[in-house]
Design a protein around this ligand. Sequence first.
Ligand SMILES: [Zn+2]
Ligand SMILES: [Zn+2]
Length: 350
Amino acid sequence: METKSIKAFGTEAAEAPLQTLDIQRRAVQAHDVEIEILYCGICHSDLHTARNEWHGTIYPIVPGHEIVGRITKVGEHVKGFKVGDLAGVGCMVDSCRECEHCKNDLEQFCDEGNIQTFNSPDKHLGGQTYGGYSQSITVDESFVLHISDKLNLAAVAPLLCAGITTYSPLKHWKVGPGQKVGIVGIGGLGHMGIKIAKAMGAHVVVFTTSLSKTDDAKRLGADEVVLSTDETQMAQHARSLNFILDCVSAEHNIDAYLNLLKVDGTLTLVGAPMDPLPVTSFSLILGRRSFSGSLIGGIKETQEMLDFCAEHNITSDVEVIGVNDVNEAYERLLKGDVKYRFVIDMESLK
Ligand SMILES: [Zn+2]
Ligand SMILES: [Zn+2]
């Protein structure tokens, strides 16, 4: 297959810093669009994969799955996009399209495993897929999203992962007016969860371990902020929440949060702590409560989320950086030193 050489930013080894690399993109096929990448968000999974912390990384790796750009070429059978359109790509670039989940717009749960934007087998070129820390990407239009020109493009990029990861469970568990919803943790995911839950009409209670984040949580839309280390504050919310979105990736006390749910309430994990989380049976039994998890969202739902965010003027709070700042940004990300998402201005990749 014909290919095109482009510049990307990635690494050849777990211990090596990211640097400029040359990679190949496939020539545009009948159903493909080619996107010139304008901005790419930095997700924590970029760092985990670049450093092989989840194992299974194949080098060289080019991370990035919060991609916003402009279409520069379309294949002859492309129907939904034209040259010059704004476009987005999230965590997936393909799936089997035939299993029950793909047929029900749940490509993230494809039985064959969805094809991730980076570090998945590339069925066109062999080797691995390369992500959005690059000048351009070629993707089948079925996995490309329409992006509104009304919002700040850099601040839209994180919606493609952090936005859909929080929107999908809030939607699935029917969060809305008259409900009290808890958001645990204020980071890349949590800050989007607050904005989206508020826009859906819920009364939003934010739980944080850091008193310094109280004002920020309110600015983001929280109706109440609870210091989770304060047992008195926690007890005031016992058996009162309809739903809790748990965005914490570190070890934490799940029972303490389950006990804040009403009867039939649900706690959903979107953070991914590496170690198992203990749960006491009575925390579930004594309220017919559910403990669950959620993974991004399908393509149709991702478009719905982007449209919802455009309608409600929701974007991510971002710090825009140049590509040469990525290694430093990774160190700051590990310390939680970002409000609340780094986004790379791809113009800086020369
Ligand atoms: Zn991500
Ligand atoms: Zn499938």
